[in-house]
Ligand binder design. Structure first.
Ligand SMILES: Nc1ncnc2c1ncn2[C@@H]1O[C@H](COP(=O)(O)OP(=O)(O)OP(=O)(O)O)[C@@H](O)[C@H]1O
Length: 278
């Protein structure tokens, strides 16, 4: 783990994982189970660095399970099991000897429902991940990081004069951007987003999409979305998941987003992206 000095400096805090450059993620033959229910079957997908990859598909086909596997959250569920590999810039995050916290620090997650600590101040919400990891920083470093992360999340101008107010007092869309700022504070190399706009109104949704666009050069993004317009607006590439008639989920087709929507190779993809099912 990178150490952080406590001397007064304007230099940015280093990444907890030692490297904050955007990383590629590659899933190789990933299968997943809950008990004896197999929910994913040999899913392989490359999610290139500095790109936004959208995971689309009908409810229950395993998109969220796949996303949770990408940062080792799946294994927190008692009945869960998995097979296959997940490579972060070529190194398997599931290698024996590699600690779960190592993957978590480098691969952040933003959830469907904004989940800031409601009674905690906006300022402290942004720093919550650092505190959890025992990182010490000067006041100046903390101030700098809070401003930087809120700016990157597109929230700074709206909250700069009320940083000591509780996170729970913000609107839903602002809370979601606060959660993005909190994720960014530990300098992840990949950001996973599980339907981050599904609880938001259209204006807040567009603001989050703008944030995703602005962040995409700095951090690799993988987003689950049910909204086909959103997938087209925010992503560079798409993967279409499907679980047919009680079979485990798999990827039917993946590729550049434009091609997936204008000239899909598989009829099932065409039916799904054109709203004929799901
Ligand atoms: N904690 C769990 N325990 C048991 N089964 C689960 C659990 N979580 C998900 N499943 C099952 O795994 C399968 C895939 O679920 P998952 O949530 O990954 O799909 P999804 O494509 O993300 O769905 P949605 O779009 O509705 O969120 C489903 O059959 C679901 O019932």
């Amino acid at each position: 783990m990178a150490t952080t000095t406590t001397t007064s400096t304007t230099a940015p805090l280093p990444a907890l994982g030692g490297d904050s450059t955007p990383a590629s993620l590659e899933a190789r033959d990933v299968s997943a189970w809950f008990g004896d229910h197999k929910v994913l079957d040999r899913v392989s997908l490359t999610m290139p660095a500095q790109q936004v990859t959208a995971l689309i598909g009908p409810s229950g086909c395993g998109k969220s399970t796949f996303l949770r596997i990408l940062n080792r959250m799946h294994e927190l569920i008692g009945s869960a099991a998995l097979a296959g590999q997940v490579l972060l810039d070529g190194a398997d995050i599931y290698d024996r000897g590699r600690r779960i916290t190592h993957a978590r620090r480098q691969i952040g997650m933003v959830f469907q429902k904004p989940n800031p600590f409601p009674a905690m101040s906006i300022y402290d919400n942004v720093l919550a991940g650092l505190k959890l990891n025992g990182v010490r920083a000067t006041r100046r470093e903390r101030d700098g990081l809070v401003e930087e992360c809120l700016t990157r999340a597109g929230l700074w101008k709206e909250v700069r004069d009320r940083l000591r107010q509780p996170g729970g007092a913000l609107s839903g869309g602002q809370q979601q951007r606060l959660c993005i700022a909190r994720s960014l504070a530990v300098r992840p190399r990949v950001l996973l987003m599980d339907e981050p706009c599904s609880a938001l109104d259209p204006t807040s949704t567009r603001r989050i999409e703008q944030t995703i666009h602005e962040l995409s050069q700095e951090v690799t993004i993988v987003i689950v979305t049910h909204n086909m317009q959103q997938a087209q607006r925010v992503s560079d590439q798409c993967a279409f998941f499907l679980a047919e008639q009680g079979t485990p989920g798999l990827i039917v087709e993946h590729g550049p987003t434009g091609a997936m929507f204008t000239s899909p190779r598989d009829n099932r993809t065409a039916d799904y992206v054109n709203g004929r099912f799901g």
